[in-house]
Design a protein around this ligand. Structure first.
Ligand code: ATP
Ligand code: MG
Length: 440
């Protein structure tokens, strides 16, 4: 992408409305724009990051055996009357009427709709287990939308829903998502800690919020420090291995971790003083086993091996991609701007032409730009006629992992400079060596 032809409206000044660093940086880099309270456009740079986050979420959902579909944002109120949640949901639900005066709503979540899809076509236990997910916009009319897309009214959610014949099977489905979440957040460059969450009237140990530690987080959290060293399940984890997954779950839930709602002062106090961690955190995911809460009122049943009808056991599993993007920035930035983990960076590298219009500089940059693109890299080429200082500041601000700097002096001897955004380390090398290094 040539910067001269791109759309990346950088702000020079810090926007006053932004209270936390991620919101400030997302506005300054032109990743997002607020359209009305808590409702955002994702501009091209932001959209690139969001797409990369979604791609990782999708890969890990698929690996764990979940199947993608797409459900609409607008739902009929009827389904919600069946489950009894239409009245319960309160003011967070945006209710609308169509021209025939039929009550509709902008979906805050999809348990009812997925249960309806399930009951309309699945009749036998032989079709189970089944886990269906989508990545779709949700709307919740939050009282206090704030911090940009961290807590917005319209936001993206990956929501998956599992269906099983028995509670034991449902726990296995739960463990699959638990492991998929550990892998997903790790690939996004985050250390997320699963914390026991309130299960409401159902009880049990099967609701976890995945929390990343950050001073600006809205949740108060308490946990054992050892989480920092726990191993992330490997890419070849066998998701059908019931005992194997249970072992991973048991390990990750073996030490204390809870948000303030579930906090147990005595259990926390039993941890050695040096191992106690009390901090703030951001909820980036939430998984929940809820048994027959929806299958019962909505009549979602399958025929079991015994020939009888059984209500299916369900779970739901959410991740907030539009919250994850600012969460990653909260975890990874410095005074000069964002430092993207390579896995979600909007571009793999930025080529900085320090003297656009200079024949040798232009030629070196075009060579680099073409070679890296041919190797499948996402490259931003700063071909504008801005001052070098402005270009360096922009490159640091938008946080692309590698900067390739081509100035008249180095180019004259066939060389460029590589700068690592994270460490600041610089290296001079030939253009050819740079291409080899970055495409290796
Ligand atoms: P919170 O406690 O932060 O209000 P929640 O418990 O209501 O969230 P869930 O219903 O568990 O959220 O939704 C699943 C995921 O969707 C959350 O873990 C979060 O990542 C994301 N999410 C929920 N609400 C918002 C929002 N208003 N803005 C952005 N992301 C959100
Ligand atoms: Mg939650």
């Amino acid at each position: 992408m040539r910067l001269s032809r791109y759309f990346m409206p950088i702000l020079k000044e810090n926007p006053k409305e932004a209270e936390i660093v991620s919101h400030r940086l997302m506005l300054r880099t032109g990743m997002i724009r607020q359209q009305s309270q808590g409702i955002y456009s994702w501009l091209p740079l932001g959209k690139r990051v969001l797409d990369k986050v979604n791609a990782i979420i999708r890969e890990e959902q698929n690996r764990a055996g979940a199947i993608e579909l797409s459900m609409p944002t607008l739902q009929s109120a009827e389904l919600w009357q069946e489950s009894g949640r239409y009245e319960d949901y309160g003011k967070e639900m945006l209710r609308i009427k169509d021209r025939q005066d039929r009550p509709m709503l902008y979906g805050p979540t999809n348990e009812e709709m997925i249960t309806d899809i399930f009951r309309s076509s699945v009749k036998s236990y032989k079709s189970l287990p089944l886990n269906l997910y989508h990545i779709q916009l949700k709307f919740r009319d939050e009282i206090r939308p704030r911090f940009g897309t961290m807590r917005s009214r319209e936001f993206l959610m990956k929501d998956a829903y599992s269906f099983d014949l028995t509670q034991a099977d449902a726990i296995h489905s739960y463990n699959k998502m638990f492991v998929a979440y550990l892998r997903t957040f790790d690939r996004l460059g985050l250390r997320a800690i699963p914390m026991r969450a309130d299960t409401g009237p159902i009880g049990g140990n099967h609701s976890h919020e995945f929390i990343i530690l950050a001073d600006t987080g809205e949740s108060e959290v308490f946990c054992h420090k050892s989480f920092v060293d726990f191993d992330i399940p490997s890419v070849d984890t066998e998701f059908d291995d019931v005992a194997g997954l249970q072992k991973i779950f048991d390990k990750w839930t073996s030490v204390y971790a809870a948000t303030s709602e579930m906090h147990d002062e005595a259990a926390f106090g039993a941890i050695g003083e040096n191992d106690r961690l009390s901090a703030r955190g951001i909820e980036v995911g939430h998984i929940f086993y809820f048994g027959t809460k929806y299958s019962e009122p909505m009549g979602a049943k399958v025929q079991g091996p015994d020939g009888k009808e059984h209500l299916v056991h369900m779970g739901s599993y959410g991740i907030g991609p539009t919250r994850l993007v600012p969460a990653i920035i909260e975890a990874s930035h410095d005074d000069n701007g964002i430092i993207w983990p390579a896995s979600v960076a909007p571009f793999d590298a930025v080529v900085i032409n320090m003297k656009a219009g200079d024949e040798a500089c232009d030629k070196a940059c075009e060579t680099l730009y073409a070679a890296l693109q041919a190797a499948g890299k996402d490259v931003l080429y700063d071909d504008t006629d801005d001052r070098a200082g402005t270009k360096f500041a922009t490159a640091d601000l938008i946080g692309v992992p590698v900067q390739i700097i081509a100035g008249p002096r180095s180019v004259a001897s066939g060389e460029i400079e590589l700068k690592d955004r994270q460490t600041g380390a610089r290296e001079t090398m030939t253009i050819e060596a740079a291409i080899n290094k970055l495409t290796a």
